[in-house]
Design a protein around this ligand. Structure first.
Ligand SMILES: [Zn+2]
Length: 189
């Protein structure tokens, strides 16, 4: 029988561990750390656009996106620490990959590869981290984060934190990077 959240909480609240993150090459910080107090389970807050109601992903105009087609749109939110961070959304409102009709789900697989290839055409990108959480907004969205060649510290699960730790990419460099991704998408990825 699976544990419920309360069981997990009770078992864990006084048994939290501190993994040896200070020894991990990718850990972004130098100070000693200790786990936060685990909060008790609580009601889930609504996510943006739940059920397609007042949903940003449904209502934003194509002009907010740097590449679109009949069924998919790509957006970039402005310079951040990593040189390229873009987000892929289906045009129609679906929340989870499992909700997609089969045809769109198949196309999603193709699109994940196509966007990855487009991000890889930006000079100096070694790897593309692809992730989907769905915790903030209910309109399905996939993150693509370009990890620069030679900066192994930025690899894997802390890349999203490094994205906030590094100073923002200069605006003109960032615009060129996004323009390159757009050009590669237009060329067919
Ligand atoms: Zn939506």
């Amino acid at each position: 029988m699976p544990e419920n959240a309360q069981d997990l909480y009770q078992r864990s609240v006084n048994a939290l561990r501190t993994p040896p993150v200070a020894d991990w090459d990718t850990w972004p910080f130098d100070d000693n750390i200790r786990p936060r107090t685990l909060e008790e389970p609580a009601a889930e807050p609504p996510r943006d656009g739940e059920g397609g109601v007042e949903c940003d992903g449904c209502t934003k105009p194509d002009a907010d996106y740097f590449w679109t087609d009949d069924r998919w749109r790509l957006i970039a939110f402005g310079p951040s620490g990593l040189p390229v961070v873009v987000v892929l959304e289906p045009r129609a409102h679906y929340d989870t990959p499992s909700e997609l009709p089969d045809e769109l789900a198949r196309e999603m697989g193709v699109m994940l590869g196509r966007v990855e290839r487009a991000v890889m055409t930006v000079d100096g990108i070694e790897r593309v981290h692809i992730s989907r959480y769905g915790e903030g907004a209910a309109h399905l969205h996939w993150w693509f984060m370009g990890r620069p060649t030679g900066l192994r510290q930025l690899a894997s699960s802390f890349a999203g934190i490094w994205d906030d730790v590094l100073p923002p990419t200069p605006d003109d460099v960032w615009r060129d990077n996004i323009a390159q991704v757009a050009a590669a998408m237009r060329a067919g990825g």
